[in-house]
Design a protein around this ligand. Structure first.
Ligand code: FES
Length: 157
């Protein structure tokens, strides 16, 4: 079950599309923003609401790395290690963050501040290596730049 305000957002999103099911991705993103991640209950509700099989909702969720079925920290760090980033140090960036935060792929720091994920191309290849923290992109990364970003986020808490 979802909240009444979330249901109103669903109705509003659906009104923007000729076919209700086309609102699936925005509905998933909106739910994730409100709930934190896509719980089995919310997926079930969305499936009923859009009248599409639950497995199709999961197919979309598992296709997009921005959609999550488990909770993450306040700052969800997604480091690209696809080809352009790989050639320009993306793996080293990922390993550095993993060492510095003492977490591995898919893990969250004990204070729930940072989660780390290795992802496919973020579409920022021309400024590789790149990572995304929540909805913000960070490009042309170096270890020094990553440290500055993490220091800043840690200060902001
Ligand atoms: S390969 Fe990393 S952003 Fe495209």
């Amino acid at each position: 079950m979802v909240s009444q305000s979330l249901l109103e957002k669903f109705d509003n999103l659906c009104s923007k599309y000729p076919v209700k099911r086309s609102a699936l991705v925005p509905i998933l993103l909106t739910t994730q923003e409100e709930v934190g991640y896509l719980t089995p209950d919310s997926v079930h509700f969305i499936s009923d609401y859009l009248k599409i099989p639950e497995v199709q909702v999961y197919e979309v969720i598992t296709f997009y790395s921005m959609l999550r079925t488990r909770p993450v920290g306040k700052y969800h760090i997604q480091v690209c290690t696809n080809i352009s980033c790989l050639l320009l140090g993306g793996e080293e960036i990922f390993e550095h963050i993993s060492r510095r935060l003492a977490i591995k792929e898919g893990e969250t720091t004990p204070d729930n501040l940072f989660s780390l994920a290795e992802v496919e191309c973020l579409g920022a290849c021309c400024n590789a290596p790149a990572m995304q923290i929540n909805y913000k992109y960070h490009e042309n990364l170096s270890v020094k730049k990553v440290n500055e970003i993490l220091d800043q986020l840690k200060r902001e808490g």
